[in-house]
Design a protein. Structure first.
Length: 163
């Protein structure tokens, strides 16, 4: 995809890049994605434009609405979210939110908001989903090597619109 994309991927896969993603770009993207209805975020021009989405979920303990920018890998009619936290030793809060309250939605830019139900992938489903996500962003393999925890993979399945 070019030198710029390769450079961005190299930085994102580093420990510094992980810190930058979690502490600078995620808070920035939360605002940009909300303000622009998912049409603009910090990874524009990096090759991740279609993967960056806004996850709307419910806080596991608080029950309050939460909005989190995440990378989503589209596979058929569902979406794959990898709870990597850039290789940190704890799962991200959004993973716990989806486990406690699987009803959620994704803001997909030009496609609008899509209601979904989440479940954690296990066994062969997890392996296939992991591979699809790692094909889009090989950094997930680096993140897995950085931590002893098995990084969870969540599958979000769109729900039919209510009438």
């Amino acid at each position: 995809m070019g030198y710029y994309h390769d450079f961005v991927q190299t930085v994102a896969r580093s420990r510094f890049g992980g810190w930058l993603i979690l502490n600078v770009l995620t808070p920035l993207d939360r605002r940009l994605l909300r303000w622009t209805g998912g049409r603009f975020h910090s990874s524009i021009g990096t090759g991740f434009r279609r993967a960056s989405v806004l996850l709307r979920c419910t806080g596991a303990r608080s029950g309050e609405p939460r909005e989190v920018p995440v990378f989503a890998t589209r596979r058929g009619d569902h979406f794959i979210l990898v709870a990597s936290a850039t290789g940190r030793d704890r799962n991200p809060a959004w993973y716990h939110n989806l486990k406690a309250h699987p009803e959620c939605s994704l803001v997909l830019g030009d496609e609008g908001e899509l209601a979904c139900v989440a479940h954690e992938a296990h066994g062969q489903e997890r392996e296939l989903a992991w591979q699809a996500a790692a094909d889009l962003y090989p950094g997930y393999n680096d993140y897995q090597a950085r931590t002893e925890r098995a990084i969870p993979v969540m599958i979000l399945v769109p729900t039919p619109p209510s009438r």
